[in-house]
Design a protein around this ligand. Structure first.
Ligand code: UD1
Length: 440
């Protein structure tokens, strides 16, 4: 990066150490919106998606759809997608390399067009992120898949549709479950995905596909059954609230000893995060409108965390929760089991006065009485969120760089934080930033 470019880089300045208050609204789920947009490829008509968050990654997914011939229109948080004009089976490298989730559209594209060519999404800041589970599942459905020159070439040879199959996933991969559900929605016959991911976004995808006329049962359990139908029709659907954004605000409230209302949120989608907040000594209640109230407890106590597929503790909350654990009395062990390189926020938290040691995939966090503001850099999306949590709790000023990561997953973050009393501002927010690789 050139010196002048560096000077232009936007920075989030947080003057921390003061409690938050009031209520903060949670946007539509990034990970759900991305996969629902991919699933519009399956539709033979037009779809309207509501509650779509305004995020860099969502815009990129729109560009991927446009590159396939779909027409998209965005009016605030409502997206209209006309999939009648689907006419290309090839997604461009420049887009897929920036947004890993766009690869998940390969199943829908293959089912609809009979062929699909997608660049391998490659690794990213948090790990290698292979796609062999997606590929093997498509092969089980009769697709011919080969990888050549970094491109995945998939086609349905000799038949007009993919064929229903029984698929066992070696690991309950979210993306593979979604890719295969979309492919199976238009396949001939019944597909069963065993050891499927159970994340709430899988349920949202099934509900959206079913609203288009698909026949999907068992989403949210480890066995998903899809009875293929010849085509899907138009629908109007609202994206579920973002459980990770909600969790980030809840953790920020905990770290600042605040009384805060966060919502809307599907209570079942944040069970693990709420359980761990209670374990460290906070009180949480869910009201009738699906807002969660978090209230300060007497003292914050250490607790251990191990990231796992849903309903286990989400890897996408690990960094933010670790920022909170730096202020909990005692020693907490944080074990990252989902991704191999997802502890890069540790060094930055330590710059702020935290006491964390890492051995392999385990971080031992020894609680300290306070954090101190410092200049820090986000290495990926959730690492950036962890630094925001730490900055809100820390004494003095924290300046966070690497905001392009944060902007991939948090809609309007500084306005939302200011709305609940945080002293936050973005300096040089108009400056152009390098486009990052989609990390989660
Ligand atoms: C999704 C989420 C991401 C979240 C992750 C785990 C989206 C857009 N992203 O990512 O925010 O952190 O789930 O909850 O929804 N794996 C393989 N082979 C495969 C596929 C995955 O080995 O073919 C491994 C991955 O390398 C990783 C683990 O499985 O170690 C989990 O990955 P997966 O569940 O697929 O995550 P994503 O769907 O990419």
């Amino acid at each position: 990066m050139s010196a002048s470019r560096e000077a232009e880089e936007p920075i989030l300045e947080i003057v921390g150490g003061q409690p938050l208050s009031g209520r903060v609204s949670v946007s539509g789920a990034k990970n759900s919106a991305l996969v629902l947009l991919a699933a519009t490829v399956l539709c033979s008509g037009e779809c309207r998606l509501r509650n779509v968050p305004s995020l860099v990654d969502v815009v990129r997914m729109g560009q991927v759809l446009e590159s396939l011939g779909l027409k998209t229109r965005c009016l605030g948080d409502v997206w209209e997608i006309d999939a009648r004009h689907l006419n290309r089976a090839e997604a461009p490298y420049e887009l897929v390399s920036q947004l890993r989730a766009s690869f998940f559209a390969i199943g829908a594209l293959l089912a609809r067009m009979g062929e699909a060519r997608f660049p391998l999404p490659g690794g990213c800041a948090i790990g290698a992120r292979p796609v062999e589970l997606h590929v093997r599942g498509l092969q089980a459905m009769g697709a011919d898949v080969r990888i050549d020159g970094g491109i995945v070439f998939a086609s349905i040879r000799g038949k007009s549709r993919l064929q229903g199959a029984r698929i066992y996933l070696d690991y309950p991969s979210v993306g593979a479950t979604e890719t295969l559900m979309m492919a199976a929605a238009l396949a001939e016959g019944e597909t069963t995905i065993e050891n499927a991911a159970r994340e709430p976004e899988i349920v949202d995808l099934a509900n959206f596909c079913n609203a288009m006329g698909a026949k999907i049962r068992g989403a949210g359990t480890d066995t998903v059954t899809i009875e293929g139908v010849p085509q899907l029709h138009s629908t109007d659907y609202s994206v579920m609230p973002d459980r990770i954004e909600a969790g980030t605000f809840l953790v920020a409230a905990a770290a600042t000893q605040s009384d805060l209302l966060v919502g809307p949120v599907l209570p079942d989608s944040v069970v693990a995060t709420l359980a761990k907040l209670e374990a460290i000594g906070l009180r949480t209640d869910v009201d009738a409108g699906n807002y969660i109230r978090v209230r300060p407890g007497a003292a914050l106590m250490a607790t251990d965390i191990e990231t796992l597929p849903f309903p286990g503790f989400p890897t996408d909350m690990q960094a933010q929760f670790m920022a909170l654990l730096t202020l909990c009395e005692g020693s907490s062990a944080v074990t990252e089991t989902v991704f191999e390189n997802r502890l890069r926020h540790v060094a930055e938290l330590n710059r702020m006065g935290a006491n964390i040691r890492v051995k392999d995939r385990v971080a031992i966090v020894k609680g300290v009485p306070f954090l101190s503001g410092a200049p820090v850099t986000a290495s990926d999306l959730r690492a950036g969120a962890a630094l925001v949590v730490a900055g809100l709790a820390a004494r003095g000023k924290t300046s966070i760089r690497g905001l392009h990561h944060l902007d991939r997953g948090y809609e309007n973050i500084e306005a939302k934080l200011r709305g609940i009393g945080a002293n936050v501002q973005r300096i040089n927010s108009s400056a152009e930033t390098a486009l990052p690789l989609g990390a989660s």
